[in-house]
Design a protein around this ligand. Sequence first.
Ligand code: NDP
Length: 293
Amino acid sequence: MTQIIDGKLISKQIKEELKEKSKILLNEKGITPGLALLLVGDNPASKSYVASKEKFCAELGFKSVVLRLPEDSNEEVVLSYINSWNSDSSIHGILVQLPLPKHINEANIIQSISPKKDVDGFHPESFGRLVIGLPGFIPCTPAGIAELIKRYKIETKGKHVVVVGRSNIVGKPIANLMYQKNADANSIVTICHTAAPDLRYYTKQADILIAAVGVPKIIKAEDVKEGVVIIDVGINRIDDASSEKGYRIVGDVDFDSVKEKASAITPVPGGVGLMTVAMLMLNTYKSASGEIS
Ligand code: NDP
């Protein structure tokens, strides 16, 4: 029987746990976790991501400050808001919704966020801490993947984890998490990308396959071995005339065929995607409570 790794269920559990923990934080220390969200421009996907983060904050009783700036805002304006939040003690996390308009240097913006409030985990200091194995903010999607693996008690020690994709937000951080010498990881890790001459050669070796590619259903049943654990990070829109919206969301994995061979698999939607916002809230809580400082 293939186990469906249910991101909806786990993200709900995390939400309930965070509601409880933040009540205690307020009662014992008088602290309400605060998250500042900055959106530049009108990208519809970015607008909806920011709205869902704002809603999640409200549901948890977190403070949220949402700043929506016009597309033509300059870098200095963005930096000035980040600087003010860096020194605002009621703000424990700062998130700049990416991508930013082309005229703004993304690296400058990310590096201007105080590493102490870097709840997205994209600051080079956070990434360096992750690589070395020091406590710090882990980017939300990889943190969500690790949380699913942990809560479903998937054996990782000595297992071959194959990550397809090497982006800074998913592929690189999850690969770096999985080889760490700790009880939640300790895996053997391979990272694949477009220069892999024969992707299947690698994917077929995976005990745990993490697909963060952005290509709909690129991983098929013939690309994996029997009993593999599949973590599908992909969120891809494909045309679907039968759907009201005219499209539907699919992952990087051909779920129906791969499910037959997998021992466990995340669905899309309903898998990793829902974990990302939950982990953002967890990072914000950890910053507010001093668990990460
Ligand atoms: P990027 O486009 O930044 O990276 C994609 C990676 O896949 C690159 O490293 C690329 O290689 C590699 N790749 C692309 N095509 C192939 C191929 N044919 N064979 C082997 N490797 C390939 O994507 P992201 O990491 O940002 O996102 C990946 C997917 O995850 C997307 O569908 C995205 O929507 C989704 N996503 C979901 C999130 C969530 O659940 N909350 C959060 C973030 C992303 P190369 O480096 O050589 O170009």
